[in-house]
Design a protein around this ligand. Structure first.
Ligand SMILES: Cc1cc2nc3c(=O)[nH]c(=O)nc-3n(C[C@H](O)[C@H](O)[C@H](O)COP(=O)(O)O)c2cc1C
Length: 204
């Protein structure tokens, strides 16, 4: 069931997943490949994903996510991490830049990126979290466009998940996203009101 583009905004955090419905691996791949078109600073794509699918891994994650039941009920929960050091030399994006903009262009961009995203702890965190946040939204809309429901979570033990799921170095957990299908036997509370243009935009 494909959802037309404007209907992807009907996405909800569905809270109750049908534990009897699996998410096909091919569909998960399609969601991630679509979502990976998300923009990122200098196209550095400072993100990684762990797809938690096995009962054992789900139990471990459940314990590190305030026992939120959806972790056990959803067929897959993604751990999204952002790499606070992904502006470094070893990012393959710099080779792409060299090939397309020459050595000087790539070196200038690298210098700018390491200042903008690496010169303070606050900048490093902003770099990792803002970019990975865009990937997160892209995943939820990509999922909705393919008829798959989602639920983001940050009521979690970030450090515990980092350690127990083996995230190394400056890779930090940004959020979890459960993916699957709404349990039609449950009732979801109605969508909460949103601030709209008049309330949230100031014209300067
Ligand atoms: C970054 C982020 C973290 C969230 N963390 C949780 C969470 O840990 N548990 C939970 O039940 N809902 C969580 N939510 C879901 C929000 O409560 C939900 O998105 C919001 O109430 C709006 O509802 P809707 O997504 O259905 O439109 C989170 C949402 C976001 C964007």
């Amino acid at each position: 069931m494909e959802v037309p583009v404007n209907r992807i905004f009907e996405r909800r955090s569905i809270n109750f997943f049908d534990p009897a419905r699996e998410l096909e691996d091919s569909l998960l791949k399609e969601i991630i490949d679509l979502a990976a078109n998300a923009p990122s600073a200098f196209n550095l794509q400072p993100w990684d994903i762990i797809a938690v699918k096995s009962d054992e891994a789900k139990k471990k994650l459940h314990g590190l996510a305030n026992q939120q039941p959806k972790i056990l009920e959803a067929p897959v929960t993604l751990i999204l991490s952002g790499d606070r050091s992904a502006y470094g030399d070893d990012n393959p994006q710099w080779s792409f830049m060299r090939e397309n903009y020459g050595n000087d262009g790539a070196e200038r961009a690298k210098g700018a990126a390491s200042f903008l995203y690496g010169s303070t702890e606050e900048r490093k965190i902003k770099f990792a979290e803002s970019n990975t946040g865009l990937l997160a939204m892209s995943i939820m809309y990509a999922a909705k466009s393919l008829g798959v429901d989602s639920h983001p979570m940050s009521g979690i033990d970030f450090e515990g998940i980092k350690t127990q799921f083996g995230l190394e170095g400056e890779k930090e957990v940004v959020m979890l996203i459960a993916l699957g299908y709404f349990d039609e036997e449950k009732v979801l509370h109605s969508s909460a009101p949103r601030r709209r243009f008049e309330s949230l935009v100031k014209i300067a």
